[in-house]
Design a protein around this ligand. Structure first.
Ligand code: MG
Length: 330
């Protein structure tokens, strides 16, 4: 009894220590109000940069796809992140504005002034949760990782998997790609992962890992929070297809992939007659719909499409964590 109390206390301390001070990065929601009483909603993403800098992306209104997006560079002075600049929203929205803002303790506020309007804005950090987070394995599913051990996994050539287990029941990329001992054909996969905060790194060096179907076809894991989709960013079928939209959550927040995969088909002579086909939801949002994959993607463990394979998790040198992994064979 006493022991479990300490485990809870310790893990709470651990999580608090790990994320304290990094809490200003992430998603924000709020609104602006002009002095004459007009207002609208705002959505913002604060992306960590090197040397205590950040990028602040502010979207005006409720329809992010069509809304004007404003981008600022912020710098840290004292405990406070500040940003300012001039933006031109075009003739329909009153032309140009001077903007000054600050972020402190998960709260963003500031002022704007232009020819047509002057006012203030306020936003609060929000935690957007994937609709599939914590999905239970359905009947018939094979549980590959539930926080207990790595018995379902191995390194290449059947060597023992030795990734680190965290205090809160996740596994962390440690030493080598791991692959499930059991192989799967057509399948539905659920994976939960978290990318580490690596403000000093960019591109492929920032929270990189990956989920490889059959050890061959990678759905990329990367901290590309707030960036426009690319074919090597998070959720991409690596160098085959960019995600339809960026559904990334910030580093330090749990994310999900829900993948439906159909393996390639071959005729009696072993000639491929149909490519592998994949559909992916990232944090519950559809990012690939029936995309054909012409062949194994870069750094696959298995290169022959006819050789069966398990689910592979990539070691790209970054401490990405995983939990709640199951596969329903179809
Ligand atoms: Mg990768």
């Amino acid at each position: 009894m006493k022991q479990s109390y300490y485990v809870v206390l310790l893990s709470f301390l651990f999580v608090t220590l790990l994320y304290a001070g990094d809490s200003d990065y992430g998603n924000y929601r709020g609104s602006y109000t002009t002095l004459d009483g007009n207002s609208d909603t705002l959505f913002a993403q604060v992306i960590a940069g090197a040397n205590d800098s950040c990028i602040v992306m502010i979207t005006i209104g409720n329809i992010p796809e069509n809304a004007p997006q404003i981008r600022f560079y912020g710098t840290k002075t004292g405990g406070e992140m500040t940003f300012n600049g001039k933006i031109d929203l075009g003739p329909d929205m009153g032309g140009s504005y001077d903007i000054e803002g600050r972020i402190t303790d998960s709260f963003m506020d500031g002022t704007f002034s232009g020819y047509e309007a002057t006012g203030t804005f306020e936003l609060k950090k929000v935690f957007i949760k994937s609709s599939t987070l914590g999905s239970k394995p359905p009947e018939g599913a094979v549980v590959l990782f539930d926080g207990v051990d790595l018995e379902a996994w191995e390194l290449k050539n059947e060597k023992r998997a030795e990734w680190k287990m965290t205090i809160d029941g996740a596994m962390e990329v440690t030493k080598g790609d791991i692959i499930s001992k059991q192989t799967f054909g057509d399948q539905q996969v659920h994976v939960e992962f978290i990318t580490p905060l690596m403000p000093d790194k960019t591109g492929q060096a920032r929270g990189n890992s990956g989920v490889y179907l059959q050890g061959k076809y990678e759905v990329q894991i990367l901290d590309s929070f707030g960036l426009a989709p690319k074919d090597d960013y998070c959720g991409a079928i690596y160098k085959v297809a960019a995600p339809l939209k960026n559904a990334c959550l910030p580093p330090g927040e749990w994310q999900t992939f829900d993948i439906t995969f159909f393996e390639p088909r071959f005729d009696q002579n072993g000639n491929k007659i149909k490519d592998a086909v994949i559909t992916v939801k990232h944090n519950g949002i559809l990012i690939h719909s029936n995309v054909s994959i012409p062949g194994p993607t870069r750094a696959s463990m298995i290169n022959d499409e006819k050789v069966p394979g398990g689910l592979m998790l990539q070691d790209h040198g970054n401490p990405v964590q995983f939990r709640n992994i199951w596969i329903l064979p179809l």
